[in-house]
Design a protein around this ligand. Structure first.
Ligand code: HEM
Length: 471
């Protein structure tokens, strides 16, 4: 009885004094001055953070200067923080440079959690839904068909497809956003990608200091490029009445009176930054996933044959529609397995605790930086048998139970804004490619390396492939 009283007392004390009485977070030894900074400079950071999780558990801390970083490496802890306690962990790290990069906090991806941010995200989300309902399917189909033409043109010579995938993914977004698509060789596209790639590196930086050394000149260059696109687009809207794009919808919402959906007045800077967010979020991610899919299929050609047979049996000679996905379980399993093994945003985007809270019984003070290690959660041996092996079969025949542990798009208030676009893109691009082509290694003993290069986006190392048209 005295034991029960003791634990009851401890429980109530923890409720009132969580900071002092909750257990301290495990983590590697913190060095004088450096703390655990060196841990964050390792090659393939997602892999390294996952190996630390094997030693310290699915929640541990790293000390970097005055900042505590908490790394979550299981679906359970990530769900607790991002979904169950979403408003406690919906913030983003602050920094002087981050503020400038995000247009004075007007970016959706880097902006901190506030009423203004919520209004901005809500309006961007509904503009996106509206535009996607009208045209997303046909926009992706058009890009899939033009990608097909490009691949046919290679005449089975070995090629690196990463740039073609980037152009296809980027054209989906630029069509949705500006009603415009580009040729692979166009100078305008090169300029746009050049500046976006540099800025994408900011998304995953847990270090305030890294943000503060970011060259601001690049931000000015990005803003000039986007501004000129927006200006051109507005003139076009006036003369040709181009509507139906996300930008048109966002510009219209600026004129709407304040109300339930729009609680704060938004400005053109918000439209500008939403455009940047969509272009950054929507280009490298989808392209990287396509490269990973081809890389894994080269390692397991029988999976490729199985998906091809399924496509031919279910669809006969027609091209697939997104509504066919439930009738194509092998293709859906392939998509899930690539997202599991190589989540293209492996550490999501760092979060910040907006108030004192807790995760898995540990006290987490306000302003702690939280890294959702999606890569770690997707390799958790407690959930996935043989976690390092590419096995789409795990999602077939009743193996669907673990889809709850699949979190490639994050969750909660910061769930990937482009999730619905991405899901349709992955499905249609993969279905079109695998229906029309067989992917073969470029030579004997030349299978792609599957470790990858990890920055904010987890990309496959460059590799060549032979693309053979199906009869
Ligand atoms: C954020 C994954 C495609 C736009 C994110 C996050 C992840 C993610 C993990 C971070 C969530 C967090 O902070 O916890 C992916 C994957 C994709 C993909 C796996 C494709 C395979 C796209 C596309 C777009 C997009 C196509 C836009 C058209 C965004 C934006 C954010 C975001 C704007 C920031 C959301 C916010 O901070 O509120 N994405 N994404 N993503 N993504 Fe995606």
């Amino acid at each position: 009885q005295s034991k029960a009283v003791g634990s009851g007392l401890l429980f109530s004390l923890r409720q009132f004094f969580p900071r002092f009485l909750s257990p301290s977070l495990p983590g590697p030894l913190s060095l004088p001055f450096l703390g655990n900074m060196l841990e964050l400079t390792r090659d393939h950071l997602p892999n390294h953070l996952t190996s630390l999780a094997q030693r310290y558990g699915s929640i541990y801390r790293l000390n970097c200067g005055n900042t505590t970083i908490v790394v979550l490496s299981s679906a359970e802890t990530i769900r607790e923080a991002l979904v169950k306690k979403w408003s406690d962990f919906a913030g983003r790290p602050h920094s002087y440079t981050g503020d400038i990069v995000s247009g004075g906090g007007c970016s959706i991806s880097l902006g901190d959690y506030s009423e203004e941010w919520r209004t901005h995200r809500r309006l961007a989300h509904s503009a996106l839904q509206r535009c996607c309902a009208q045209s997303l399917h046909s926009v992706i189909e058009r890009q899939a068909l033009s990608l097909r033409q490009v691949l046919l043109g290679y005449n089975e010579t070995p090629v690196d497809l990463s740039e073609d995938f980037t152009v296809a993914a980027s054209n989906v977004i630029t069509t949705l956003v500006f009603g415009k698509e580009y040729e692979k060789t166009s100078a305008e596209l090169q300029r746009l990608h050049g500046c976006l790639n540099e800025i994408v590196s900011l998304w995953g930086s847990p270090w305030i200091s890294a943000l503060d050394t970011f060259p601001l000149l690049r931000v000015a260059r990005r803003d000039d490029i986007i501004r000129s696109h927006l200006q051109e687009y507005k003139v076009q809207c006036h003369t040709e009445g181009t509507g139906g794009t996300i930008t048109a919808s966002l510009l219209q919402s600026l004129d709407q009176p304040l109300g339930v959906t729009k609680k704060v007045a938004l400005t053109e800077t918000h439209v500008h930054m939403a455009t940047v967010d969509l272009l950054i979020g929507g280009t490298e991610t989808t392209a990287a996933w396509l490269c990973w899919t081809v890389a894994f299929l080269l390692h397991r050609p029988e999976v490729q044959s199985r998906v091809y047979t399924e496509l031919c049996t279910v669809l006969d000679t027609r091209y697939p529609q997104y509504s066919d996905r439930l009738r194509l379980p092998c293709l859906s399993a392939l998509i899930s397995e690539v997202l599991r093994l190589r989540p293209v945003a492996p550490l999501a985007v760092p979060h910040r605790a907006t108030r004192d809270s807790s995760i898995a019984g540990y006290f987490i003070p306000k302003d702690t930086i939280v890294i959702p290690n999606l890569y770690g959660a997707h390799h958790d041996p407690a959930v996935w048998t043989d976690p390092n092996t590419f096995k789409p079969e795990r999602f077939l025949d009743g193996g669907m139970a673990s889809t709850r542990a699949l979190l490639p798009f994050g969750g909660g208030a910061r769930l990937c804004l482009g999730e619905s676009i991405a899901k349709m893109e992955l499905f249609l691009f993969a279905a079109y490619l695998l229906r029309d082509f067989q992917f073969l290694p470029s030579g004997k003993d030349s299978l792609p390396d599957l470790t990858g290069i990890a920055s904010v986006v987890l990309k496959a190392k460059p590799f060549q492939v032979i693309v053979r048209p199906r009869p």
